[in-house]
Every structure is written in structure tokens, then in C-alpha cells.
Write a protein that binds this ligand. Sequence first.
Ligand SMILES: Nc1ncnc2c1ncn2[C@@H]1O[C@H](COP(=O)(O)OP(=O)(O)OP(=O)(O)O)[C@@H](O)[C@H]1O
Ligand SMILES: [Mg+2]
Length: 288
Amino acid sequence: MRSCWVIYNGSLTSDKFLDQAVLVAEAAERAGIQATMKKNYEVLIDLSAPPKDRPDFVVFLDKDILLASYLKQNGIPVFNDPDVIETCDNKAKQYIKLAKAGIPMPKTIIAPKVYPNFTIQNSGYYEKVLEQFGLPLIMKEGHGSFGMKVYLIETEEDFYAKVDELRGIDYVFQQFIASSRGRDIRVNIVGGEIVAAMYRSSETDFRANITNGGVASVIELSEEQKSIALQAAEAVGAEFAGVDLLFGGNGQPLVCEVNAAAHIRNIYNVTGINVADKMIEYIVGKLS
Ligand SMILES: Nc1ncnc2c1ncn2[C@@H]1O[C@H](COP(=O)(O)OP(=O)(O)OP(=O)(O)O)[C@@H](O)[C@H]1O
Ligand SMILES: [Mg+2]
């Protein structure tokens, strides 16, 4: 019998992460694969020895990239690939790849590295950024989920306070797509195929994330939306991807971000499609 590990983060207290692992483990079991859920710290990254009781493959739902790399280095197929998890884990890094592939996205400037105890406030740099975007603009930390590290900056005062606060942190400046305020589309992709999509909208926040009060519904994607979502997943090399699309001014889809370990509970509830079954089916196909 085939076996797999489903790895999730053991330090986060929200039930969402366990729930996501359960969905994947249940799908594996349905496919006749013996699935073990593991918290990331339950696998010892002992560089002097290979992992114990190695499985045939790992579904990696965490961002513990070092653990993912260790497993891959020991010859275990890891999904998504650790390099992809690393790219997607940093929004700035993934925007570089998306831009290289010519994917339509909001104008983005990656903030320069500023050490925490220093400042470049007197250099004129931030004035140039303001000139490029005007206000409001978006500032987005490299590492962030559920919209928690995405800021809509409406005044110069808030702008300078935020650049000061974010010293030492990777982040980007981004054009605010006003036509998409409180609305986006989540597209789940498995192995180069779209398996589910939902429209998310919020009455109370510029962010459409369900965790922030967004409400989800079924959506029929246009050919252009499908094509751009697929291109975005491919540009970062993601076999499993949750691509967020914004509505550009002329209705053109713009890629907001690609998630490597997209949560699949909400889309299951909304569409009735269990993305986990597709993920397992894809892995089995790839490994046989
Ligand atoms: N440039 C933008 N213009 C308008 N709205 C935006 C823009 N960037 C992000 N948003 C809104 O904010 C939400 C959160 O942004 P984003 O998806 O980049 O980060 P995140 O949700 O924190 O990441 P994750 O999906 O990994 O949890 C988006 O779903 C979208 O509704
Ligand atoms: Mg998002």
C-alpha cells in the first residue's frame, strides 16, 4: 500500500490548518493511500540521518521550507516543490517571476531593503514612489496570509508611518485597483487544470478574503480569466495553486497573487468540489 504524509504547521493555533490537512488526508485514504498527518515539528530535520519511516510522497501544506527541502533532498517527492513554496511564500519574489512571464498584474515596485535601525526617509526615495502611484496605494508585506499584511494607504501621513514601521521587512508598493475594491476571484488549479473557482466580495473591507468578512459564491470564469490564472500558476511553477484575480479597470483580469498551499474548505463549501481529491489524483498519476 502506498503511503503519504500530510504536513501542516504545528505552531499555529487556528483550526483552519488542521482542517486543510484532514481534507487532504481523507482524500488520500479514499484513493487507497495510507495517510499520516504530521505537524512540521514531528519530523526531525536531523541532517546526519534520513527521515524515519519515509512515505512515498508528501503533501506539504506548510511554509516550513527548510523541512520541505530536507525531505526533497532525501529523495521524497514533495508537493508543491519546495522551491515553489519558497517563491510563493514571498509575494515580492513571486511578483518578480510573474513579471518575467509577462503576466498582467497591478503595477508593483519592490521596496528596497532598509535595516531596522536605519532610515532612508531623507533620500527622496519615498517621494518618487508616491509620484509613481499617487494615493491611495497598496502596501503588501512579502509574508502574509488572509489579507492581514495588506494595507490600503490613503494619506501621506499613513504612508510615511507605514514605510517606517516596515523597516527590516520585505514588502511591495502596488497600484490600488479601485475597480476591484472588495472583490476578487480565487481559482484553484491542479496540474495545469482549473478545478474550481469562486467569486469573493466584501461590503466592509477593500480586501475580499473570507477571513476578513468576504462572502463567496460560484462564478463561471471567462476564457481570459482561465488563461491568465493558468499562466500565473505556470509562471511560478506551481502544480497546486490558488490564484487570486482582480478586476482591472477595463474588466481585464489582473493577478493579485498565487498561493502555493491554498485553503480548500471554503471553495469546497461553495462549489461542492473537493480540490483535495484532484490533488491526490494528480500525484498518483505523476508518480505511477
Ligand atoms: N493591488 C490591489 N488592488 C486592490 N485590491 C487588492 C490589491 N491587492 C490585494 N487586494 C485585495 O486584498 C486581498 C488580499 O491580498 P493578497 O491576496 O495579495 O494577500 P493575502 O490574501 O494576505 O494572501 P493569501 O491569499 O495568501 O492569504 C485580495 O484578495 C484583494 O481583495
Ligand atoms: Mg489572497
